[in-house]
Design a protein around this ligand. Structure first.
Ligand code: ZN
Length: 164
């Protein structure tokens, strides 16, 4: 098990040291959204380009950039999120968001002794590097660090859709 935890730590550190999709996009046309986690002081700025918000769940996030600063968990999670959603459509991204949050909350419930079950429709999704954040749930105060970028992204997608 410690081998797996070492691997997870390596993945998190790699994204922290070499963040993917770091930077800004011209806004407009990109949508710019800020997220803040007051518990830890993490700030995330998400820029997304959506090809055609009128397409709803079929609209594609053609580009994404991440700004902000904060702890290693918040920044590496944002980097992983950006790599995972770039080029995907809104429907896929919402599924991925649910799967990621399920991974976090399942373990949260597990800590309290409950036998939590993941919703079947999201457990089959491949989370890839995002799996590395599994270990975060051992530190419940850090879960908000890990989910900050996802919540910020969701807000951006909602705003983009609302402008149609
Ligand atoms: Zn944090």
């Amino acid at each position: 098990m410690s081998g797996l935890e070492d691997l997870y730590r390596e993945i998190i550190l790699d994204h922290y040291r070499s963040p993917r999709n770091r930077g800004e996009l011209a806004s407009p046309p990109a949508h710019r959204v800020e997220g803040f986690n007051p518990l830890c002081g993490d700030e995330i700025v998400v820029y997304i380009d959506v090809d055609d918000p009128a397409k709803g769940d079929d609209a594609v996030v053609t580009d994404i950039r991440i700004g902000g600063q904060g702890c290693s968990i918040s920044q590496s999670s944002a980097s992983m999120m950006s790599a995972a959603v770039k080029g995907r459509n809104v429907g896929e991204i919402r599924d991925l968001t649910r799967a990621f949050k399920a991974m976090m909350s399942i373990h949260e419930e597990g800590l309290e002794g409950g036998e939590a079950e993941a919703p079947t429709d999201v457990t089959e999704l491949k989370l890839g590097d995002l799996e590395a954040l599994r270990g975060v749930v051992k530190f419940p105060v850090r879960i908000k660090c890990a989910t900050l970028s996802w919540n910020t992204l969701a807000q951006g997608l909602d705003e983009a859709a609302a402008e149609v």
